[in-house]
Design a protein around this ligand. Structure first.
Ligand code: G6P
Length: 369
């Protein structure tokens, strides 16, 4: 066990640091200088994807958050309608399936009971086809899908998922690019998105270099009972994932909200006892996010902001702290901004002395309903 963990104290930390490699492996022989390579989803995959008119994504836990990011991407770049739902709801609901809809299951293990059952149920619901995004080639979800794109994260031991998530985002980014190109995304835009994706392993490496600063700020959370995470657009699911990581392994009650919803409830909770973590890359929603954060500051909330270096956030945090990341393209920003949130959850849990790799009451793979 100690040998496998090498220099790392926990599997989770090792797996966080394996992400540049895992993402690079997931891109390997799937994207080249001219874009996504043919039929990476399996034989006849491109032909089937060309017919897709809409997408239903189904998953659980962290995999569900990856699906939520993909909805923003696919709707923006491929202009296809996308719905995302947790498998335990999807399977018992009378879902309406418009003609030409693709069913996408996302699962690290490929054995999650609800996701598998949802996929089996989808067979009766008249989809165009099914696509599995999964980390385990011989798993049930992969065996039963028409098309598949394997993430190549390698074995993930820590119960709290890290490298599985960023490799799922990578696979979903490839799906987005394929769908977008088939639907006439402008060539220069397509080339720019491909370049961003190819640069993702390096960008993750640079984000990992922030670990010492994250260690420092994690001390602010040791005695906290609650934390609120905020993001907008594709960073909202990133905020959800950050809050899930924190609650899973540090046992701090954490919630995530789209920043625009702050006024509709969670603002009532904000006081000096409530740290507010915000993900703030540059982009068209930055000014709106800044004004949301002003509201937190005005109520004495402690702001912890992960911002692009060029976002001009330092002045916004008051007694809080802004941690700067290198600016990255908007497409890959969700994967990059996930990294400091994983590191934050990890180091808060270490400081609180919890069983990081095996949090109480949770299982790596939930194979019974
Ligand atoms: C469990 C794990 C999570 C995981 C979820 C879905 O809750 O603890 O880390 O995200 O299952 O698992 P899957 O293997 O389907 O991605």
């Amino acid at each position: 066990d100690a040998v496998e963990r090498g220099e790392y104290r926990h599997y989770m930390q090792k797996e966080i640091f394996e992400q540049p490699r895992a993402v690079a492996d997931t891109l390997e022989s799937r994207i080249g200088p001219h874009g996504v390579l043919p039929n990476i989803f399996g034989v006849g995959g491109d032909e089937l994807l060309a017919k897709v008119q809409g997408i239903h994504i189904v998953a659980c836990g962290t995999s569900y958050h990856a699906g939520m990011v993909a909805r923003y991407w696919i709707e923006e770049f491929a202009r296809l309608p996308v719905s995302v739902e947790v498998a335990s709801e999807y399977r018992y609901r009378e879902v309406v399936v418009p003609p030409g809809t693709l069913f996408v299951a996302i699962s690290q293990s490929g054995e999650t009971a609800d996701t598998l059952a949802a996929m089996r149920e989808s067979r009766r619901r008249g989809y165009l086809g099914t696509l599995a995004i999964c980390n385990v080639p011989e798993s049930s979800v992969v065996r039963e899908a028409d098309l598949k794109l394997m993430t190549r994260a390698g074995p993930e031991i820590g119960v709290a998922s890290t490298k599985a998530f960023t490799t799922q985002l990578t696979a979903l980014a490839l799906l987005t690019l394929q769908l977008a190109q088939q639907r006439g995304l402008e060539a220069t835009r397509y080339a720019d998105l491909c370049q961003q994706l190819i640069s993702l392993p390096r960008a993750i490496e640079r984000a990992l270099a922030l670990e010492p600063q994250v260690v420092e700020l994690s001390a602010r959370f040791i005695h906290r009972q609650h934390a609120l995470f905020l993001g907008r657009g594709a960073q909202y699911p990133v905020a959800l994932e950050g809050s899930l990581k924190l609650k899973e392994i540090s046992y701090i009650h954490a919630e995530a909200y789209p920043a625009g919803e702050l006024k509709h409830g969670p603002l009532a909770l904000v006081d000096e006892e409530m740290p507010v973590v915000a993900v703030a890359p540059s982009g068209p929603l930055l000014d709106k996010l800044k004004s949301n954060l002003q509201e937190v500051k005005a109520r004495g909330g402690e702001l912890i902001v992960f911002a692009a270096g060029d976002a001009g956030m330092d002045a916004e945090t008051g007694k809080g702290v802004a941690l700067r990341l290198d600016p990255v393209g908007e497409f890959i920003a969700p994967a990059v901004f996930t990294i400091p949130l994983q590191l934050l959850a990890y180091h808060v849990a270490v400081l609180r002395g919890t069983d990081v790799d095996q949090p109480r009451n949770l299982a790596k793979s939930v194979t019974v309903e």
